[in-house]
Design a binder for this molecule. Structure first.
Ligand code: SF4
Length: 369
């Protein structure tokens, strides 16, 4: 079934676009916008989100949204989930859930840590759930008449949407996943000259993300973004330095301490599953951490297998650094630094969820285990 799904993905999407009964809704992950240009000989690391929106509209998508928005929603839920775990001293260290390859690794090789993994869904799955519930209600159309496509950096994202307990609707919340390489192929087949497209803004309903949402595409991004939101909640001052310490460079393991109230939290990130194994073994040997972020690809999603590939390892690492720089530059330019400052996020809580981790939020934005 999995291989068939992969082979059929492009056809499924193109057929959905031709079907007049379906509203076809898409969102682009942060990492995809700094890699798409490579398919068309453009400078590496440029943030080409405006061209990406135009390209998807030209193919025929009805809506093109920004997955940074749902990354912000993931952070609101996950930061609050982490705060609860700290207060209750339960399921620590808290481990991130947004990389399905990492989650699968824990399930297979370290099942004793499954309950440490956050129940908050990844940005992709939160996006699908929001579109098939909140957006369907807003448009007054049945979720069966909406086809959701996420433009993503890897094939693991295609399998994530089939996971038990992840869908809120009867079918799939995310109907299809398109990798950067596959989208490039569609654009070339349709003779769409990506490099010379005008820029278009994301559609407004879910078209705004914070700088914290943008850096989800790099290793350290989820941790950094969660700490920004927690720091605002608990009025922590030294977050800028911590942000820098966590995000820069391609070290496979990074560790830091953050003081919140009278408690010092120990946080760590691992980039690549070999480094994740090292951290897990350290925890098994009795070392204490409060929050652990893991991304299966070295450097994070900017190094995903669905992105343009380079056979030479040194060149590939340089490319990954440039893609990551593209996201850090976008974060620096973004006036909205954290998820909690995003007006669209404030709206969706006041219109729909009330507050993070409410019963309704748990029902739609968290996986059922
Ligand atoms: S780190 Fe790699 S495997 Fe994990 S979600 Fe990102 S691209 Fe996919």
């Amino acid at each position: 079934m999995e291989i068939k799904e992969q082979e059929n993905s492009i056809n499924l999407i193109l057929q959905a676009i031709k079907n007049p009964k379906l509203r076809v809704v898409s969102a682009c992950a942060p990492s995809t916008r700094v890699a798409m240009g490579e398919m068309f000989g453009m400078e590496v690391g440029q943030n080409l989100k405006g061209k990406l929106v135009t390209a998807l509209k030209k193919i025929g998508f009805d809506d093109v949204f920004d997955l940074d928005f749902s990354a912000d929603l993931t952070v609101m839920e996950e930061a609050n989930e982490f705060a609860q775990r700290i207060l209750n001293n339960q399921n620590l260290p808290h481990m991130t859930s947004c990389c399905p390859a990492w989650v699968k690794y824990v399930e297979k090789f370290y099942p004793e840590f499954v309950n440490n993994i956050s129940t908050t869904k990844s940005p992709q799955q939160i996006f699908g759930a929001i579109i098939k519930t909140y957006y369907a209600d807003m448009l007054k159309i049945s979720p069966e008449n909406i086809f959701v496509v996420c433009v993503m950096p890897c094939l693991a994202k295609r399998l994530e949407r089939l996971k038990k307990g992840i869908n809120v609707t009867n079918g799939l919340d995310v109907d299809a996943v398109l990798t950067v390489k596959e989208l490039g192929t569609i654009l070339k087949d349709k003779n769409i000259d990506f490099a010379n497209l005008e820029d278009t803004e994301f559609d407004k309903t879910f078209g705004l993300g914070s700088g914290g949402g943008v850096i989800f595409g790099t290793s350290g991004g989820v941790l950094s973004s969660a700490l920004r939101t927690l720091s605002a909640k608990f009025n922590v001052k030294d977050i800028k330095y911590l942000d820098y310490q966590i995000n820069r460079g391609l070290d496979g393991i990074k560790e830091a301490e953050i003081k919140i109230g009278n408690r010092t939290l120990k946080v760590a990130l691992a980039s690549g599953l070999n480094n994740a194994k090292t951290i897990l073994e350290r925890i098994k040997s009795g070392e204490h951490f409060d929050f652990v972020e893991v991304m299966a690809c070295a450097g994070g999603c900017v190094n995903g297998t669905g992105m343009p590939q380079y056979p030479n390892n040194d060149i590939r690492l340089e490319i990954v650094k440039k893609r990551a720089k593209g996201l850090f530059d976008s974060d620096l330019k973004n006036q909205i630094k954290g998820a909690h400052d995003n007006e669209l996020i404030k709206n969706i809580y006041s219109n729909c969820f009330g507050e993070p981790n409410s019963e309704k939020a748990k029902q739609i934005l968290h996986i059922k285990r």
